[in-house]
Design a protein around this ligand. Sequence first.
Ligand code: KDG
Length: 320
Amino acid sequence: MLDVITMGEVMVQFNACTNGPLRHVNYFEKHAAGAEANFAIGMSRLGFKVGFITRVSNDEFGKYIFNLLRSEGLDVSRVKVDPKARNGIYFIQRNYPIPGRSSVIYYRKGSAASRISVNDIDPEYVKQANLFHLTGITPALSESCREASLKALNIASQSGVKISIDTNIRLGLWSKEEAKKTLTPMLKKANIVLIEPQDAEILIGKRKPKEIAEEILSMGVEIVAVKLGADGAVAYTQTEEAKKPAYKVPIVDVIGAGDAFAAGFISSLMRGKSLEEALEIGNAAGALVVTVRGDFENMPSPEDIKKFLAAQRKETIILR
Ligand code: KDG
C-alpha cells in the first residue's frame, strides 16, 4: 500500500560549479533531478510511502537514476528501463544572464521519460494511493505523456484518490497556449493546487493571490497554495486564508525550492495540520533546499524541520 504516487522525468543535472555563461564554465557537478522526483524524495524523507512512475535509459545515466530513486526508499516497481532512448539531461547556468538567478538548459527531446505512455499506467497501482501528484512538466513532455497524465488523473479522480497538481509551467517545453489548453481541465480534477502568479497569469489571466485562489476554488478545488518565492506563500480554502513569509537563509541554488515546498505543504495537510502549519513547513523545506547545490539533496526529514523551525523561533537547541 502506497501513500503517494507521482510520475515524471528524472534527468541527470550538470550544475555549473562557477557563475556565468556556460561557454566559460569548465567544471560541473553531477546531480539528478526532476520536479516530481524532487517531490517524491521529499515525501519519502518526510515519512510517506511513495511510488514513482517513469522511464529511464538502459545505460549508466539510467542506472544512476534508478539507483537513486531506490536508495531514497521509493517504490521503483513502475520505473521502466527503455532501451530505445537516452535519458534526458540538463545544465544549470548560474547568475547569468541575470545575477541572482539560475537558468536551466535542457537536452531531453525524445528522452526515455518522454516515451511514458498510457501502457505505463496500471489502474490498480494508481488506485492504491491516497494521493496522486502531478506537475505541469509531465504533460508538457510529449503527446504520450499528456495521455498518460490524463489517464492517471482520471483513474485517481474516479477512485477517490486525492489529486494534487503543481502547475510548474516550463516555457522551454511548450507554448503558453498549449499549457493553458492542457492544464486548465486538469486543474478541475484536483483537490490541491499549487501555483505561482506567473503560471496563473497564463492559465487564468490573474496575478493577485486572492483572485487566483477564488478562480481556482470555483473550479471545485479544495485547497490552493500560491507560491510567492522570496515573499513566502499564501493558502486558501473556501473558508480560510493563511499567509507565511519565507525564511531568510544563505542561497546557493534556488532550483527545487518549489518542489520542497510542495512536499512540506502537502505532507502536512495529509497529516491533518492547519493551513498555517502546512505553509510554515513548506517554507522551511523550501528554505533548506536552496542552501545547497542540487534540487533535493537537502530535502528535510521531520527532525530536520523541527530543528530548523526551533532555530527560527530562537528556541535553545541542545547539541548532543
Ligand atoms: O522544479 C525543479 C525542476 O524544474 C528542475 O529540476 C528541472 O524538472 C525539471 C524541469 O523539467 O524543469
